[in-house]
Design a protein around this ligand. Structure first.
Ligand code: TXA
Ligand code: MG
Length: 348
């Protein structure tokens, strides 16, 4: 299959949007930018179209998709019960990087929800995404547009690396602004529970709802406590080389990573190091990449997946990363980094 790349880096082009919408309406796949990461879109109400997403990504079929909408009223057709919290969160954060789990209506096929009776709904804040959703029938199922297990794409080039020849079209809107997937909050169980941390933090949710818990399965050491979002149990975002997070005081971390990098070189390998602007010059014997300044957490979030992809191309034998506990997005950044590392942490 030839994958058409539509350039919309200078803004929405309606001719391209119409072609993309037609592809969705006839059951095809179109990747598109959102403010978080690029999504791989299909008509969410068409089970065959959703099934194509799973095949294109190599995604396990029990891992449900997020349904993207462009206006609040669209929520009524795909849910059976709209709790007051949903409206409060929509008023505060939609369009934006927040996904809500609600009870699904019969209009949403099980092929889209991975067999669940709940549906994930999000209204993205990106003009290309909004135009595409409207042109494609109003309901676009879209996981991140990466091959399952690879870092989520933050540019159209990343999408092409994974999906060229596999999907019908890619809409290029340039680099995304946030770089990590949306916050997911479950509203089906009484107390709102965060199933995946993101740009919208626990504090921000609490300010609107009064209460919001973090899913215990995200942080529990107990292997019998599973994350509630099926996708969070997989080792997502995995770079090809093993990744270790090194935690401790700045001085100890630098000393430890330098010692590990030197040992790696001795053994004939090459270590990659994920550092911050503040420490990038402290390392030797390694391929060092800065993720950005510790004062600018959005820059750190924006660069994480790109750096993991760059290390994949460089053929490093191991990657050591500093840890990035920033105020608003720290939980999201460390959640993704921990998953990429398969929870391998070296404490110094
Ligand atoms: O920012 C985002 O959310 C991006 C962009 C494209 O919108 N999309 C995204 O989709 O990250 P995906 O498929 O990569 O991640 C969806 C996550 C998975 O962990 C999945 O298990 C969870 O949402 N999920 C979807 N529906 C669910 C449901 N009904 N109950 C619990 N978790 C659900
Ligand atoms: Mg994903």
């Amino acid at each position: 299959m030839k994958t058409v790349l539509e350039d919309m880096r200078d803004g929405v082009r309606m001719d391209g949007i119409r072609r993309a919408g037609d592809i969705l309406l006839s059951g095809g796949l179109v990747a598109f930018p959102t403010e978080t990461v690029y999504g791989l879109g299909a008509n969410a109400l068409n089970p065959e179209a959703s099934a194509k997403i799973y095949r294109a990504k190599g995604r396990p079929s029990d891992n449900p998709l997020i349904v993207h909408i462009a206006d609040w009223e669209a929520i009524e057709r795909i849910t059976v019960e709209i709790p007051p919290e949903a409206k409060l969160l929509s008023d505060a954060f939609w369009p934006g990087p927040l996904t809500m789990i609600l009870r699904k209506s019969a209009a949403v096929p099980y092929a889209t929800t991975g067999g669940l009776d709940t549906v994930a709904v999000r209204m993205p804040d990106n003009e290309i995404a909004r135009a595409l959703i409207l042109a494609g029938g109003g309901y676009v199922a879209a996981p991140s547009a990466n091959t399952s297990g690879r870092p989520s794409p933050t540019t159209a080039q990343h999408v092409m690396e994974d999906m060229d020849g596999v999907i019908d079209m890619v809409l290029d809107g340039g680099p995304v602004s946030i770089g990590l997937e949306s916050t997911i909050v479950d509203l089906t169980e009484g107390t709102p529970v965060i199933l995946r941390p993101g740009y919208i933090s626990q504090d921000m949710l609490r300010q609107v709802l009064g209460t919001a818990e973090m899913d215990r399965g995200l942080t529990s050491e107990d292997p019998s406590v599973h994350p509630k979002a099926p996708g969070m149990k997989y080792r997502h975002y995995a770079p090809r080389a093993p990744l270790f997070i090194v935690e401790g005081s700045r001085e100890h971390v630098v000393t430890k990573i330098n010692a590990l990098a030197a040992a790696q070189k001795e053994a004939g390998g090459l270590a990659g190091v994920i550092a911050a602007d503040e420490t990038r010059d402290c390392y030797a014997n390694a391929a060092v990449k800065s993720i950005g300044s510790r004062d600018q957490e959005l820059t750190i979030a924006q660069h994480l997946y790109e750096i993991l992809r760059e290390f994949d191309e460089m053929d490093v034998s191991v990657i050591y990363s500093e840890s990035f506990e920033t105020p608003q997005m720290g939980a999201a950044i460390m959640n993704r980094l921990m998953k990429a590392a398969g929870h391998q942490v070296i404490t110094v």
